[in-house]
Each structure stands twice: as structure tokens, then as C-alpha cells.
Design a binder for this molecule. Structure first.
Ligand SMILES: Cc1cc2nc3c(=O)[nH]c(=O)nc-3n(C[C@H](O)[C@H](O)[C@H](O)COP(=O)(O)OP(=O)(O)OC[C@H]3O[C@@H](n4cnc5c(N)ncnc54)[C@H](O)[C@@H]3O)c2cc1C
Length: 475
């Protein structure tokens, strides 16, 4: 099939303006957010309906064209751009961005996959409900991408991962069949729970076109504070104590190293350092939410943190005095990914370990870095409440430029850290997914039975390997 026939075939399904091969239009969809992964595609298609997605997949299956679904293109593991070779199309979901049903009495909303996460948070808020998924990319990532990657973010400690927020799914299978699994039930034991197969499959088994999502009552009061610690051990001990003190109210528990905090401040527009006497070695950002009105929650948090301060457990406490103050803390936290990109070449690791082993991980990781990569700075930010750390080995651009075999260098460094996580009962991939970047690690760190079972499922659902080939699974 010629390029022109491909384009005409797609346009016959989605209309003249729904597909293009123009290099200018394609370009932003072929490179990832961090500009580290670049792919090729013969065309990009923008379906508006589930039926159009189904027709596109049928058409592509018939002509051996590989399909790479794309949401907000904010993947940080090379998942969102097409492969570097082959006959590919990008299937961009951005025009499927309608809220189909919003039902506060059922605490649910049903939405198309291309809805931007922040828009869904806002829609829920307008009917006095909370959609709790929250992450730095929420202004551009899409719910379909969140579902495909089983995204985590800052509220997992209270509300779980995306998987825990999905009640039902609609998926178009690689052969064009539509599976309508949209339901808003809390209980449904009727055979295999198929939705969980597609959540976290990173588009390798089909295209998520719509989802039914859980909503929660909107909190009436929120309290937040930044705490400073001398050691990571003390920070983790305090985090565990706060989990016990506020089991229903604790919604965020983030760990930040001084190096990361300072990078965020350095590259953040109008960000203010809340610590006048200098940034402590370790920071914990804690947030509570409650359905009770008034200042009681802030007072409770203040009391708990004063006790920690007086006992010497922490060295600094800054309690947010207003919503604006609280937002300032979160702006520093959410700015880290962008700021790290400006700072240098950060090799980021998305590991998770049981929370009580975080100090052991940090001690061993720091020793490995100091011994083998003394040019690197250790930069850490993470969702401490669920044991997920983004451990970044930061190199200056000048040093990175001198590294001859960058892929081998990165693999060697990463595997030293992944080995430590694995020995502590942890994982090399907590929330960002596998994409094209971590396929090698699947081979190394997952067991044979798991991989073979996944490969069997993949070949059953997608026998032609047309959906996101080269992602997630080793061949
Ligand atoms: C600043 C920043 C902060 C971030 N913070 C977090 C964080 O705290 N927690 C976290 O988990 N992640 C985080 N991420 C990573 C990223 O935002 C998430 O992985 C997000 O869920 C991806 O959504 P997206 O719409 O951008 O998907 P994309 O990046 O476009 O795609 C990601 C994967 O999903 C597939 N996909 C997309 N849409 C569909 C669909 N409709 N059907 C089937 N497959 C699909 C793609 O093929 C690809 O494999 C962050 C990224 C950035 C840039």
C-alpha cells in the first residue's frame, strides 16, 4: 500500500481533517516530552468516536500497519512515541474528549479516553466531588494514558493507583471488535475482571476509548505542611507515624531531598524558599483532607508536628496558613520533572520498595553512586507513602557529553540500583510503566512464568503484534 493509499484509507474513516501525513503536524507526536525518544510514522489519525477507532484498527490490521496510541505524550519511558522503524501510524485520542455522564449521586463519571486529567478533576469539583488522581503532568496527560499506564501520582497513599479508580472500560481490540465494559458497579464478580488486563497494558492489547471512574466526596478542609529532617531514616519514621495518626485523612506524603528541592527552586518561575535558614537535608510534604468544615484539621496537624519538633524527630516545620501557601509547596513539588530537565542529564529511576526499607535503599544506593559514579549528584523525590522513589543520578551536560557508550553506561548504573531494590523486595518500575525504555529490565527482573503468561495473552489478543510493538514485552 502506498503512503497516499494509506492516507486516503484513513481519511475515508475519519474525514479529510482527521488524518494527515504533513511533517509539521506529525513532528510533535514523534518526539517525547523529555526529547529523549524519537519515532517514525507514515501518518497520524485523530478519531472522534469509538466506531472510528474500530474502523481504523480493522483497516490497519488488513494492511499490516502498526498502531501506536497516544494520549498527552507525557510518558517518561519512551512509551508514547512510535518505533524507530516500520510502517506505523500514531492514533491520537485528543479529540475524544467528552464527558459522557457525570453522576454525583452514584459517585461516578463516564468519560472518553482523550479527556485531559485536569479537566476531569475540575468537572468533578463543580458537582462537589473529587476525582483524586493527581500528578505533575495533569494539565496535559489524558485519562486514557493514565489508564494505559496505571498512573500513580501524589494521592495513592489514600486513594490507590488509577486501577483503583476505574469501575469500567470500553476498549477497541486490535481486530476492531469493541468491548463495552462500561459499568459503574462497586461489586461485580462475574468471571475474569477483564478491565484489569487493559489497565497498565500500555496500549499493547487495544485502545482504551472510554472509562467509568470513581468519584469521592469533595473534602471540606485541607491542611498541609513541609517538614525538615537531618536524615532520611527520621523522615521515614515520621511518615510512618503520621500514617498511623491520620489513617483516614492522610492524602499525600512526599519525600524530597535537599538537592531536588534546590533544583526546583533554581529553575522554578517565582518559587519561594519556605526555609529562611537554608533547606534541610530531607523534606517531607504532608497533606491531610477531611469532610469537616473549619480549621480543626490544620490545628490537628499543627499539634502532631509540634510534638515531632519538640521531641527532636524533625528539625523544621512550616504549616501552610492558606490555600495559596499550600499551593506554593505543591508548585515546588510538581516543578521537579521540568526543573531536572533544565539542570542537567538526570538518569531517573522509578523504583518502589516497602516503605520501612527506604532508608536501607537510600544508604546502599548512595554508596553505589559514590563508588561507581562519583561525578553524579544524588537527587531524590518520591511518593514516600507508597514506597515509590524517583531516584535520579544527575550529571552535568558536560560530563554526560563525554560518556562514550551512553546506553551501556545507563544500563550499568540502573541495574546497580534495580538490584538493590529487588533485594529489598521492590520493583524497578513503580508507576511510569515500561514503554520502550525498560523492556530489557522485564527480561532481567520478572520471572519466566510471568513473562510467558504475558506473551501468551499478547499473542491471543494481538496475534499480528500490531498494537505498540516493542513496548512492555521482550520478544
Ligand atoms: C511532569 C511530569 C510528571 C509526571 N508525574 C507522574 C506521576 O506522579 N505519576 C505517574 O504515574 N506518572 C507520572 N508522569 C508520567 C505520565 O504523565 C503518566 O505516565 C501519564 O499517565 C501518561 O498519560 P498520557 O496521556 O500522557 O499518555 P502517553 O504518554 O501519551 O502514553 C503513555 C502510554 O499509554 C498508551 N496510551 C495512551 N493513551 C491510550 C489509550 N487511550 N489507549 C491505549 N493506550 C494508550 C501509549 O501508547 C503509551 O504506551 C509524569 C510525567 C511528567 C511529564
Amino acid at each position: 500500500m502506498s503512503d497516499n493509499e494509506l492516507l486516503q484509507g484513513l481519511r475515508a474513516i475519519v474525514g479529510e481533517n482527521g488524518a494527515t501525513e504533513a511533517p509539521d503536524a506529525l513532528a510533535p507526536h514523534l518526539v517525547d516530552w523529555r526529547k529523549r525518544h524519537v519515532g517514525v510514522a507514515d501518518a497520524i489519525v485523530f478519531p472522534r468516536t469509538t466506531e472510528q477507532v474500530a474502523d481504523v484498527l480493522r483497516f490497519c490490521a488488513a494492511h499490516a500497519i502498526r498502531v501506536f496510541p497516544q494520549g498527552g505524550n507525557t510518558s517518561v519511558c519512551g512509551g508514547s512515541v512510535p518505533a524507530t522503524e516500520g510502517r506505523n501510524i500514531v492514533l491520537a485520542l485528543g479529540k475524544m474528549n467528552r464527558i459522557l455522564d457525570l453522576n454525583p449521586r452514584n459517585n461516578s463519571m463516564t468519560v472518553q479516553a482523550g479527556c485531559v486529567l485536569a479537566d476531569l478533576q475540575e468537572a468533578a469539583s463543580k458537582v462537589d466531588r473529587l476525582f483524586p488522581l493527581s500528578l505533575g503532568a495533569e494539565g496535559s496527560c489524558q485519562i486514557g494514558g493514565n489508564i494505559a499506564t496505571n498512573a500513580g501520582g501524589t494521592n495513592v497513599v489514600r486513594f490507590g493507583n488509577t486501577r483503583d479508580l476505574v469501575l469500567g472500560l470500553e476498549v477497541v481490540l486490535p481486530d476492531g471488535q469493541i468491548w463495552n465494559g462500561i459499568r459503574t458497579l462497586r461489586k461485580n464478580n462475574s468471571g475474569y475482571d477483564l478491565k484489569n488486563l487493559f489497565i497498565g497494558a500500555e496500549g499493547t492489547l487495544g485502545v482504551v476509548t472510554a472509562a467509568a471512574l470513581k468519584l469521592f466526596p469533595k473534602p471540606k478542609s485541607v491542611a498541609a505542611a513541609l517538614m525538615g529532617f537531618e536524615t532520611v531514616d527520621a523522615a521515614v519514621d515520621e511518615g510512618i507515624r503520621l500514617q498511623g495518626l491520620f489513617p483516614g485523612e492522610l492524602v499525600g506524603l512526599e519525600l524530597i531531598s535537599r538537592s531536588e528541592f534546590e533544583i526546583s527552586l533554581r529553575h522554578g518561575h517565582e518559587l519561594r524558599n519556605p526555609f529562611p535558614d537554608g533547606v534541610p537535608p530531607w523534606l517531607v510534604l504532608v497533606e491531610l483532607a477531611s469532610s469537616s468544615v473549619g480549621d480543626a484539621l490544620t490545628a490537628q496537624l499543627q499539634d502532631a508536628l509540634e510534638a515531632a519538633y519538640e521531641s527532636g524527630a524533625c528539625q523544621e516545620v512550616v504549616v501552610a496558613t492558606s490555600d495559596q501557601h499550600r499551593n506554593e509547596f505543591w508548585r515546588i513539588r510538581h516543578n521537579v520533572t521540568e526543573a531536572n530537565g533544565r539542570e542537567g542529564m538526570g538518569l531517573t529511576h522509578d523504583i518502589a520498595v516497602p516503605i520501612y526499607t527506604i532508608p536501607a535503599f537510600m544508604e546502599r544506593a548512595a554508596a553505589a553512586l559514590a563508588t561507581h559514579y562519583p561525578q553524579a549528584t544524588q537527587v531524590v523525590v518520591g511518593h514516600m507513602g507508597d514506597g515509590n522513589l524517583h531516584y535520579i543520578a544527575m550529571f552535568s551536560h558536560a560530563i554526560w557529553a563525554e560518556v562514550a557508550d551512553k546506553a551501556a553506561f545507563q544500563r550499568d548504573l540502573s541495574h546497580r540500583l534495580y538490584d538493590i531494590a529487588a533485594e529489598l523486595g521492590g520493583t524497578f518500575s513503580a508507576e511510569h510503566g515500561i514503554g520502550s525504555l525498560h523492556v530489557d529490565e522485564m527480561r532481567v527482573y520478572k520471572n519466566r512464568v510471568e513473562i510467558e503468561l504475558m506473551q501468551k495473552i499478547k499473542s491471543l489478543v494481538d496475534p499480528q503484534d500490531m498494537m505498540n510493538p516493542g513496548r512492555v514485552l521482550p520478544s
